[in-house]
Ligand binder design. Structure first.
Ligand code: CP
Length: 322
């Protein structure tokens, strides 16, 4: 956050959620507890509530999305909100309208929450600084920098599977340098007290030394995965590549792909995660992605619960009943 701007209100509640940086552990745990209350057993009807009754939530996605966009919409609807899904590339922004004019236009239609995904760093804070006093901004993904609800749903999935965070070894593998998922996972898990976070990547996908404070760095997947309790695989963000040529996917899979043989080097009860979308046969084989250690589908289910929790929290912070 830049000078003078805070996503939290005077009471420490989230008016906006743009980043997990600076969000205290107690507040993250509160959001995870609230999300857990929205998790229902397989086969049960999805939970519903009226926390957002009368509110309108607008999804403004300027980058592709399946999971985040659909789950924010379901979360909002299940809490009683009206929703708008604006495909930004098909909106009047394609005719030159500025994002602020788009925001002001939708504000006049009484939108209360903007969920924004955008490739431009800083756009979420910029919008949050310009919205009206009763309006919130939630990030659905900001460039390579931040994906806070993904970080929360990853933490929730780990907590469900491991019972907590004490003593865990968590290994993040792949295109860490360009991954907002990795940055938000690192932030969430550091705040929650994970003992050891490892990042594994080829040199070209390794982040700058100043980033990922405290994480152990590995160039070898076999070494970085050894004894890990959680292995989180990441997609190559080819769409964010600048200058360098395309990655040799066959060689990448050879060195960094998660296979049944490789996962055996992790802890005996290790789980496998992936935020999606997956490139099967590149960073992960289908036998692992669909195997018994995989929590990838559970992550998707938890995504709805986490987004319900965040929307309900923001609504409560704005004066609606919790
Ligand atoms: N994990 C994630 O952000 O997926 P989508 O791009 O499909 O939203």
């Amino acid at each position: 956050m830049s000078g003078g701007f805070s996503q939290q209100d005077a009471n420490g509640r989230l008016r906006h959620l743009i980043t997990l940086d600076g969000v205290p552990r107690a507040l993250i745990e509160e959001l995870l507890d609230r999300a857990q209350s929205h998790v229902t057993p397989a086969g049960a009807l999805p939970p519903r509530g009226d926390d957002l009754a009368g509110w309108t939530v607008a999804n403004l996605f300027a980058e592709p999305s399946t999971r985040t966009r659909a789950s924010f919409e379901l979360a909002a609807v299940r809490l009683g909100a009206d929703t708008i899904n604006l495909d930004v590339m098909l909106s009047s922004r394609a005719k030159g309208e500025s994002i602020i004019d788009t925001i002001y236009t939708l504000q006049e239609m009484q939108v209360n929450v903007f969920v924004i995904r955008d490739a431009e760093p800083g756009i979420h804070e910029y919008v949050a600084r310009h919205v009206g006093p009763g309006v919130s901004v939630i990030s659905g993904g900001e460039a390579h920098l931040s994906h806070p609800t993904q970080g929360l749903l990853d933490a929730l999935t780990i907590r469900q599977c491991k019972g907590g965070f004490d003593g865990l070894v968590v290994t993040l593998v792949g295109d860490i340098r360009r991954s907002r998922v990795a940055r938000s996972a690192h932030r969430a898990l550091s705040t929650l007290g994970v003992a050891e976070i490892r990042i594994v990547a080829p040199p070209v996908m390794m982040p700058e030394p100043a980033e990922f404070a405290g994480a152990r760095r590995f160039g070898s997947l076999d070494e970085g995965i050894a004894g890990a309790d959680v292995v989180m695989m990441l997609r190559i963000q080819q769409e964010r590549a600048t200058g360098a040529g395309a990655t040799d996917l066959v060689a990448y899979h050879q060195d960094y792909g998660l296979t049944p043989a490789r996962i055996e080097r992790a802890a005996p009860e290790a789980i496998v995660m992936h935020p999606g979308p997956m490139n099967r046969g590149v960073e992960i084989t289908s036998d692992v992605a669909d195997g018994p250690r995989s929590m990838i589908r559970r992550q998707v289910a938890n995504g709805v619960a986490v987004r319900m929790a965040v929307l309900a929290h923001v609504a409560a912070a704005r004066g609606r009943a919790p």
